[in-house]
Write a protein that binds this ligand. Sequence first.
Ligand SMILES: Nc1ncnc2c1ncn2[C@@H]1O[C@H](COP(=O)(O)OP(=O)(O)OP(=O)(O)O)[C@@H](O)[C@H]1O
Ligand SMILES: [Mg+2]
Length: 335
Amino acid sequence: MRFRSGVAIDLGTVNTLVSVAGRGLVIDEPSAIALDRATGRVAAVGQAADALAGKEPQDIEVLHPLRNGVIADLDAASAMLQGFVRRAKLRRGLLRTAAVVCVPGGATWVERRSLAAALSVIRPRCTLQLVDEPIAAAAGAGIDLAQGAGAFIVDVGGGTTESAVVAGGQIVRARSLRVGGNAMDDAIVTAVKAELGLMLGRNAARTLKTTLGLAGDGTGRMETVGVDAARRTPRVEQVPGWLVAQALEHIATAIVDCVQEMLSDIPPNLAEDVVRGKIRLAGGGAMLPGLADRIEAATGIPVVVVDDPLRCVARGAAEILEHGDGLQQGPVAQR
Ligand SMILES: Nc1ncnc2c1ncn2[C@@H]1O[C@H](COP(=O)(O)OP(=O)(O)OP(=O)(O)O)[C@@H](O)[C@H]1O
Ligand SMILES: [Mg+2]
């Protein structure tokens, strides 16, 4: 067994996870940074920064530097990564050894370069390996990539939904939708405002999503608190399950359509692996109530949510860092 030293990073739209070889997962926090507006100094990173989002004190700006799985604000992303890497207490010069960073399969060359640039700001001479997220997700789901078996994996993250058929550490077919959990939250905020005249914060929308999801059967409902759109005062409201399900419908349909399109294009030699191996759902969105059932009903293929779906990609990235043999090599930058 080969053991490489270094760091594996799942820099996600909503959550960033950092594993250090030999030490395991050391960071699992929201992808957020808070800056002092007057001085530009970093006030907080990760959980502490995200907790300020939406309640922003006047002199603090909270940024989420990734959008749809890729860096939208390079300076903020670099500062955030720096904060995480510092907190991970890497030995000096460790990143010079190896860094595995996950990227959405659909990321453009420019987007891949911006990730490399963000890391090079922190550790100028590290050996960086960019790994497509579906490959890391498959590894994290326990698929033995080196054995060449085929697998169908769907990673529903905060900003992207990546569907892929992988075999032997290679992507055979892949599609990336630039929607995920954040778009679901936005859809719930919009629907609750339109139907009930109530303005919700992001956390309230998330709670409705994770509790009610797509499973609106006409009876379920949940209490939430928002601000009355007309009177501008706080109001408690019972939100019906059907409203949440209706708000999420177009996103669920897009995900199901994407999976079905991929299935209609599977090489015959992999069909058995996919059907017998089941469709594996990873990412936080995999836990959306009703999503796995919806995909299973539409495709006729069993669907399973992987173990600890929020950490699946990070687990796989750590695996690739430690036993990288036989895996697809993403674009590698020697920096
Ligand atoms: N139980 C749940 N049901 C539905 N959604 C959930 C649940 N738990 C977490 N989520 C959502 O999962 C998303 C975060 O998932 P994840 O950490 O996999 O995304 P990410 O890796 O940061 O994003 P991306 O891969 O798109 O860049 C958030 O939108 C969060 O609200
Ligand atoms: Mg992700």
